[in-house]
Design a protein around this ligand. Structure first.
Ligand code: NAD
Length: 474
């Protein structure tokens, strides 16, 4: 048996380019080169789509059972390569192996593959009254473009790929320019069991490559997860090819802690709601509103959790927080925290980089005594810095939560589920959690409202979103 280090490098060797032809990809923590990503050109997108288009009819003809069996085998292949995938992901993305991070992400890939393979999508009888009969069924759209971000690159790729394949589409996947190697490795592992050209990857640092894929005339659907700015470009591109879109965009999720919550009981879940993947999570808790009666107690309990969570190199077992994935994101976090401090925000923990760990580490940070209007509250920080805002009247907290133009998730924290649900019903977000934040389940649809995007992923709704509805009438 090769040891895990060898398996990790062996996987990398299967997918990487040469130093002469490829682009150097750094270890997110140390910035040392870990490998070379191929650089595809716009013409390669056209070739990839042509291959996927040619493979689609035979893939669709396998039927739900045949495709489902292969997706189950793909999940087994992911598990057989789990440690190697997790190590490569940890190096490239920065998230540690331990905690709700790299091993967790690879495990979720297998879980979501199996769910997509087995979820039942039965024909829906619309009318059957003796005179009229009509039913609604779903068939493949054709070729799906799967365009993803760098924060959860494997899990989000699977969220896009697995339902698309299940419904009989073929897929061209374009990973983020920051995390191409781990996605290429995942695609290579999936392709151990999938027929050729059913799943094809294109990789480039040139954003024109993604733009060409989204606007390609033979793309029937774009599954996009990334920033709101890029999402708008994809909407514009769809004016030409009329591709259906699922857009999972940015967020700035609010959490509201009601006065009857137990600070000690909720502190750890609050922490992970905000700091999962070192805060680089679309549906993370990004601003916390706490009632004045327990404001200091919640801050103290949160700070105690933050102080005992190890941050460091991802491959070192036991670390649960890692670096910001890239320089750009590090500077966004640094700017927002510095600005909040300058405006009188109180640094409860952190509040500064951790250069002894590596260039883009930033200490887990809690900033109290800030208000709406402070950029750390109003903008998406996408990093390990949580602003905490005190409120007196829950009506104000609800208004604050709803006042921004994004609506991915939100949460309400209380010992009284009925009271929490009453507040939840008034929050404008795709998901409102009660006493947790960001927890996902493969059967529970997930998606945003407002500028956080549209369309649902996961479960039966997720299958419908990558399919063409067809009414049979008569
Ligand atoms: P990004 O928009 O910069 O890039 C996302 C992907 O789009 C990349 O693969 C990129 O190469 C590609 N791309 C860039 N220009 C394109 C174009 N014109 N046409 C087609 N594709 C193009 O986003 P990012 O910085 O990688 O990700 C961070 C953002 O993603 C954050 O705002 C975060 O909230 C959001 N996000 C959302 C979710 C969600 O489910 N809602 C999940 C993760 C991240």
């Amino acid at each position: 048996m090769p040891d895990v280090q060898t398996a990790d490098d062996a996987l990398l060797a299967r997918v990487q380019a040469t130093p002469e032809t490829g682009r150097a990809i750094p270890d997110a923590a140390t910035r040392a080169t870990i490998g070379y990503a191929p650089e595809h050109a716009v013409a390669d997108v056209d070739r990839a789509v042509a291959r996927a288009k040619a493979a689609q009819p035979a893939w669709e003809a396998l039927g739900h059972q045949g495709r489902g069996d292969l997706l189950m085998a793909a999940a087994d292949a992911v598990e057989a390569n789990a440690e190697a995938l997790a190590r490569l992901l940890s190096r490239e993305q920065g998230k540690p192996l331990s905690g709700p991070n790299a091993r967790f992400e690879v495990g979720a890939c297998a879980t979501w593959l199996r769910e997509a393979a087995t979820a039942a999508l039965e024909p829906q009888v619309l009318v059957d009254d003796g005179t009229d009969y009509a039913e609604l069924t779903y068939r493949a759209l054709g070729v799906v473009a799967a365009i993803g971000p760098w924060n959860w690159p494997l899990m989000i790729a699977i969220w896009q790929i697995a339902p698309s394949l299940r419904m009989g589409n073929t897929v061209v996947v374009k990973p983020s320019e920051y995390t191409p190697l781990s996605v290429l490795a995942l695609v290579d592992v999936l392709n151990e069991v999938l027929p050729s050209d059913v799943l094809v990857a294109v990789v480039s640092a040139d954003r024109e490559v993604g733009a060409r894929l989204a606007s390609h005339p033979d793309i029937g659907k774009v599954m996009f997860t990334g920033s709101t700015a890029t999402g708008r470009k994809i909407v514009e591109a769809s004016g030409a090819n009329l591709a259906r879109l699922t857009l999972e965009l940015g967020g700035n999720d609010a959490g509201i802690v009601l006065p009857d919550a137990d600070p000690a009981a909720i502190a750890e879940d609050l922490f992970w709601g905000a700091f999962i993947n070192t805060g680089q999570t679309c549906a993370a808790l990004k601003r916390l509103y706490v009632h004045e009666a327990i404001y200091e107690a919640v801050i103290d309990a949160l700070a105690a959790v933050a102080e005992r969570m190890p941050m460091g190199y991802g491959l070192d077992e036991g670390n649960v927080l890692g670096p910001l994935q890239n320089a750009n994101q590090f500077h966004i976090v640094e700017r927002l925290v510095d600005d909040a401090k300058a405006r009188g925000g109180r640094v409860v923990v952190g509040g500064e980089p951790a250069p002894e760990l590596g260039p883009y580490f930033y200490r887990p940070t809690i900033i109290a005594d800030v208000a709406d209007g402070v950029p750390l509250v109003d903008e998406e920080q996408f990093g390990p810095a949580l602003p905490v805002v005190e409120y007196t009247d829950v009506e104000d907290a609800i208004a604050s939560a709803n006042r921004l133009d994004v609506g991915l998730g939100a949460s309400v924290w209380s010992s009284d589920r009925t009271a929490a649900r009453a507040v939840a019903a008034r929050l404008r977000a795709g998901t409102v959690w009660i006493n947790s934040h960001g927890t996902l389940h493969p059967k529970i649809p997930f998606g945003g409202v407002k500028s956080s995007g549209y369309g649902l992923e996961f479960g039966v709704e997720g299958l419908k979103a990558v399919a063409e509805p067809r009414i049979v009438n008569g």
